[in-house]
Write a protein that binds this ligand. Structure first.
Ligand SMILES: [Zn+2]
Length: 428
């Protein structure tokens, strides 16, 4: 008997299919062939900043103990299923499959997987690593899917893993409205949260467990615990047939994509955490986006809370120069523009004292003075008395912000990002 690791990526398009569904079907195919799973199926989220990702940039891994005499047949079954189910006619879809047979996962392959979660990795790099460790890669159309497929194979140990229970729809319902009672989602959320998470967005009043694409997924329940995922599923009122249910182990909500860096080390299309201080007053831009500059001992960088982050922008707007913070987010590079961190989370460590300058009152008649222009002093509109600029009065601002961790609402959160509640559970 040998250990067979299978990675699959990029079988879906923006419109249809889902790599987890392809994996669910293959999982069943291989059980029927008498293979024994050595781990749960895994759903692996890759670099969320990858510019050509489909929806969630997810790959899957399946791991079995198999009779070495059956390997050739097994690989054939897997490749045929991917060919059959993948959206091959879709331009951007370039499915990749990776196989690795071995008792121990090579460290080289594990570190390759971490690179793919955290930065941009080329197809050439994937082929080089595969040839080094003896993994087989199949590019079924184009070749970019092999990167995620090989990365999924190498992710056999997920630090602080979470789970997602995925229920799939009967084929005749693909593309139609998903019939899951919203009230039962709210009930499920109240009974199982925080062990399940991202169930309902109370800010937009929307269920978060059902996707909006015409793919085979009916719903997904994200959970910290495998039993709790099934319990939560049992609470739901589902008004259409469920074709199958599969529980995946995942790296979602683990912050695995985030690298702690200094500002001078930041590169585009990565996700980072940076500790520094706020360098200027936050600015509200057209469209409601909020920007500020962060500095540390190595440089400065723009941080942005865009409009879809909704109420999170109030936190960013309440920052003041000198506040100590740790920011978390994806880094975007745009030609000709400096790098910007798209904020996903912020930890406010310490608040600076912030002062407003107030116009002084007249020392003779008590009337509020008028400014004569920047640094030119003041004049009393009633008695003509003059006061110098140094008579300006400063008052300390009452800060509305308190130290703590703030995150974007679920609707704006990346799959890989750890929700706020986990901080309270002490899993940070
Ligand atoms: Zn006066």
């Amino acid at each position: 008997m040998v250990k067979l690791h299978i990675g699959i990526d990029d079988t879906d398009s923006r419109k249809a299919m889902c790599t987890t569904y392809v994996a669910a079907i293959i999982f069943e195919d291989l059980l029927k062939m008498g293979l024994t799973p050595i781990m749960r199926p895994q759903l692996i989220r890759l670099n969320p900043n990858c510019p050509y990702k489909t929806r969630g940039n997810a790959a899957v891994a399946l791991r079995f103990s198999a009779d070495s005499g059956k390997l050739k047949k097994v690989k054939e079954v897997v490749l045929n299923r991917v060919r059959e189910l993948a959206e091959l006619e879709c331009d951007g879809t370039e499915p990749g499959v990776a196989f690795y047979v071995g008792e121990e996962m090579p460290e080289r392959l594990r570190s390759f997987s971490m690179s793919v979660v955290r930065r941009m990795v080329s197809v050439g790099d994937a082929f080089a690593v595969a040839s080094d460790v003896g993994a087989e890669l199949y590019a079924l159309k184009g070749s970019k899917g092999v990167v995620g497929a090989l990365a999924a194979v190498g992710m056999d140990r997920i630090p602080k893993k979470t789970y997602e229970l995925i229920a799939y729809r009967a084929k005749q319902n693909w593309g139609t409205f998903r019939r899951v009672d919203d009230n039962s989602v709210i009930k499920m959320d109240s009974m199982t949260n925080p062990w399940t998470f991202d169930n309902f967005d109370y800010e937009t009043n929307e269920s978060r467990i059902t996707p909006h694409t015409p793919c085979p997924v009916l719903l997904g329940i994200r959970s910290l615990d495998s039993d709790m995922a099934f319990y939560a599923f049992s609470i739901l009122r589902i008004l259409e047939p469920v074709e199958r249910v599969l529980l995946f182990e995942t790296n979602q909500a683990t912050d695995l994509h985030i690298q702690k860096v200094k500002i001078a080390e930041i590169e585009g299309e990565t996700s980072v955490s940076v500790e520094g201080s706020v360098a200027d007053l936050p600015r509200v831009m057209p469209g409601g986006h909020v920007f500020f500059t962060l500095k540390d001992e190595t440089g400065t960088i723009q941080c942005a809370a865009f409009e879809p982050t909704k109420s999170f922008r109030n936190v960013v707007r309440a920052l003041r120069p000198g506040d100590r913070v740790i920011v978390y987010g994806g880094v975007k590079s745009k030609p000709g523009l400096s790098l910007t961190i798209n904020l996903e989370k912020i930890r406010v460590i310490e608040l600076a004292k912030s002062f407003h300058a107030l116009t002084p009152f007249c020392s003779i008649c008590g009337k509020k003075m008028k400014s004569l222009g920047r640094n030119k002093g003041y004049r009393c509109p009633k008695c003509g008395n003059r006061l110098s600029e140094s008579s300006k009065v400063f008052v300390e601002e009452q800060r509305t912000l308190t130290p703590g961790v703030y995150t974007v609402p679920p609707s704006a959160r990346r799959h890989l990002s750890k929700p706020l509640l986990f901080e309270d559970l002490g899993t940070s």
